[in-house]
Design a binder for this molecule. Sequence first.
Ligand code: ADP
Length: 478
Amino acid sequence: MSGKLVVVSNRIPTDAAPSGGLVVAVHDALEQSGGLWVGAHPERGGPTDDGLTEIARDSYTRLAFHLSEEEYDNYYLGFSNSVLWPICHGRIDLVEIERCHEATYLAVNRRVARLLAQHIEDDDLVWIHDYHFLPLAQELRRLGVRARIGFFLHIPFPQLSALSTLPTPDDFARWLAAFDLVGLQTRRDTARCLEMFRADPRAEFMPDGTVKFHDRVLAVRSFPIGIEVDGFAAAARAQQDAADLGSDLGDRLVIGVDRLDYSKGLPNRFRAFGAFLGARAPEDPRASLLQIAPPTRERVAAYRAIRTELEEIAGRLNGEFATLDWTPIRYIHHAVERDLLAGLYRRSAACLVTSLADGMNLVAKEYVAAQDPDDPGVLILSRFAGAAEDMTDAILVNPYDITEMADAISTALAMPRDERRARHEACLAAVRDSDVAVWADRFVACLRACPPTLMVGGPGDRAGNLLPYTKHAEPEIQ
Ligand code: ADP
């Protein structure tokens, strides 16, 4: 049996009992195998050079590196969220290129690699999460790390043309090629990643579908992420009769739950709800949209702009349609506690997910898991969310088409119970297939099956000297 599991993610849970689907799945995987979880310390300004701070030690250990204010600005808000995030979400018009962003991104990855390398043995499995750490495997390889290293991208894989927006476009494929396994959310993302390698003269396809890039071979696979289905459904059932859900939410509640992000298609969602309100006859039942959208990354200009735009649309629509006893759009700017959220999903006749680009969208899965199977609500889901690849029995919409979305709201609210049940049953089966525990097990098993990296230059030098590396192309992955 191979050694410990080492997980790296930007966020790291600081509580004794972690909560949230992904965090719980990673926690469970680490409890089984033992190992390490390394992430950014939630407090900035601690030591940025001399080692990792221990946050917790039990069946596995959690260690954190510190980011200075400047690193947070340039590495996290800058390169990660003002360059990579818009590129991956097809918004190259929002990319903000600054030399200091890229330099700090590379420097932080180099430092994390140095701190991490001394904890990694050859037979460990290293699982790196998300776009904050694209160059991390390359830096670890340079330090002589031979362990199997896997990467999972939680956001969409960029389109080939968008990659040209990167300051050094050729780096992207090279960063990925230092991993043994690249995991993506959907078949569409996998196709985009393979398209990138196909277009790259440095890459060659092996007969088993793996990619040879210079002297390395990597596998590219889709691992659709999910939620902890039973736990979420139980939380929703427990909240069903909770008094604090608010009796004045009305009968025809349509819910939207998102981080306030330009990728979520919120202005068009509000416009579609406005079009739906405009088309309703006076005798039709009153429906309300409950939009829960806490602001994030507010120091990035694009995030401040979306907040202003939404407030303006919500204010205008409420001004036009509200009556003394009815507010059509309720727009809440703060996060809602998880159990209450589960209850609100169950209470809602429909859920609107209108992303213009989205890796998966877990809200769609949470909404389905939270429903009463006997009398479920209806999911209206953007074709551009990764979740739409398998949840084909939701009402699928084009988030750029306001009329189609307005019609979908009418259809959902008028849908007969039999059809709601049938659609919900099919969506729930898809949600179960991607339960987050299944997702984590599949990724770790696939990483374990990757052939090992062999050093050309002898054993790895952990002191930080650069070593040449190679990986023998022995396709073993089934
Ligand atoms: P993203 O990862 O882009 O934010 P997802 O839909 O995949 O989008 O995941 C969002 C997660 O955050 C879900 O688990 C959802 O329940 C949670 N979440 C989003 N908005 C809120 C909110 N306002 N209050 C509480 N939880 C939220």
